[in-house]
Ligand binder design. Structure first.
Ligand code: ADP
Length: 450
């Protein structure tokens, strides 16, 4: 059984079950048929014995049988005995049965010379005294013949049914398991790296139909994740290659003969700037990768979010002033939430940094913090360059930078990190924006997390 294919195992089980069912049915039929025929034979010999007794009369102590009694149509034989157990009349009863001692009022079955007989002895009474008795007998040969015919029919039909069942079972199982073969073939192609494989089978709603639909969905998700991973790796290497190329070029220049101290200083400044940029990109990537692997355990503590916003706003104000951008903060007192301080600072720096970075000269950034029924809501509004409708759904993608961002510095990882931080805090984030009008980022933190 261990090495048989599922198809063969199922067919075999099907055949064995059919054999068991047929055997049980045969046995049940045998028992019921035998019981019914025996009961019938009992009734016949009893009735015939009674009929024979009614044709008997007693005259001066001797009994006389009226031979005009019609013969039995059911082949019942009988013999009449007087009170001294001497035979008075016999019709067809074999000698071996005639000599048996009587056993009154209870039909019995005896096997004589290999043939079963139903024997019934009935007393004949007159004026409450026994004047003789009648023995009626019937051969049960026909019951044995019927039962052995039944057995022959069973023996002949059994293999025919079995072969039929095996064939039908085999083809049915084959048809049912065909999708499994398809799944195996597709899985083996996928194993070789072809994630475009789909089963595309009609969903019949049965187990195999559901399996193939689930399989296709799983491969779809795998392919999407695999492509995203590929895109991410290529974006990351591209993003790091540019600063490395700049650093290499400036370093080669600096060590070349004839470079002046001023040129060397400038080279060092560029190298430092590019290194910082690379370091920032690597830190962001590391943070996102840890988030992906769900390795990051947030260090949640009770924090006054209003105070944290004031602190971060003060920090950003210095760079905002260079662009003549003003920042206003509106909170209604302290708002305490369970937050990871490092992550929240990162989130605020990114959102506020973007609002200032993409503001027009002399623009205004507004931070509003308030509590709703279930959430604490943080809104960061700017009146900067805005985001186009086409770009809006992509801003959380890693390395996405809108073409409207021009040559403002950035890696395209900030909002991806913000989204991850919001998820860590089981919150939600929404961005509304209109090109050249401004952008509003809204973050919802659930209050029940406290
Ligand atoms: P980065 O700012 O480093 O480019 P982000 O992930 O923070 O990366 O933002 C992705 C893109 O979304 C930005 O390049 C920019 O085009 C757009 N964006 C984000 N915030 C704003 C904003 N407040 N105003 C306009 N555009 C924005």
């Amino acid at each position: 059984m261990k090495h048989l294919s599922i198809r063969r195992q199922m067919t075999l089980w099907f055949a064995i079950s059919l054999l068991v069912v047929m055997s049980v049915m045969y046995l049940a039929m045998h028992v019921v048929l035998k019981r019914t025929m025996m009961n019938n034979a009992e009734s016949i010999v009893q009735a015939y014995g009674a009929q024979a007794s009614s044709y008997i009369e007693a005259e001066n102590g001797t009994i006389k049988f009226d031979e005009s009694m019609p013969d039995s149509e059911a082949e019942v034989y009988f013999q009449i005995f007087n009170s001294d157990d001497q035979s008075v009349y016999s019709y067809g009863v074999p000698d071996e049965i005639s000599s048996l001692t009587p056993d009154f009022n209870q039909p019995r079955v005896l096997s004589i010379s290999g043939i079963n007989w139903m024997i019934y002895d009935q007393e004949i009474e007159e004026d409450s005294s026994q004047i003789g008795w009648v023995r009626s007998v019937k051969s049960l040969n026909y019951i044995d013949e019927t039962l052995s015919n039944l057995f022959i029919v069973f023996l002949c039909l059994c293999p025919a049914f079995l072969i039929f069942a095996l064939l039908i079972g085999y083809f049915l199982v084959r048809r049912t398991l065909l999708p499994i073969d398809k799944i195996t073939a597709a899985a083996s192609k996928i194993g070789r790296g072809d994630l475009s494989q789909r089963l595309n089978m009609k969903n019949t709603g049965d187990e195999v139909g559901r399996l193939s639909a689930t399989f296709d969905e799983m491969i779809e998700r795998l392919e999407t994740a695999f492509l995203a991973e590929k895109q991410f790796t290529s974006d990351a290497s591209h993003e790091l290659r540019t600063p490395v190329a700049v650093i290499t070029a400036y370093a080669e220049n600096a060590i070349s003969e004839g470079s002046t101290p001023e040129e060397n200083k400038h080279a060092m400044e560029v190298i430092l700037r590019e290194s910082k940029k690379m370091s920032a990109t690597i830190s962001s990537l590391l943070m996102l990768t840890r988030g992906d692997q769900r390795k990051y355990q947030p260090n949640l503590e009770l924090i006054d979010l209003a105070q944290l916003i004031e602190d971060v706003a003060d920090e950003v104000r210095m760079s905002a002033e260079q662009k003549d951008v003003s920042i206003s903060v509106s909170t209604c007192g302290s708002i305490l939430l369970m937050l990871d301080q490092t992550l929240m600072t990162n989130l605020l720096l990114n959102l506020l940094g973007n609002a200032v970075k993409y503001s027009k000269i002399g623009g205004h950034v507004e931070i509003i913090l308030f509590s709703e029924r279930r959430n604490v809501v943080l809104k960061i509004k700017d009146d900067g360059i805005g985001i186009s409708k086409e770009d809006l759904p992509k801003v959380f993608n890693r390395f996405f930078r809108s073409e409207h961002s021009g040559d403002t510095e950035g890696t395209g990882l900030g909002l991806a990190i913000v989204k991850w931080i919001v998820d860590v805090h089981r919150g939600e984030i929404k961005i509304e924006s209109e090109l050249s009008i401004g952008t509003t980022v809204t973050v919802y933190f659930p209050i029940d997390q406290i």
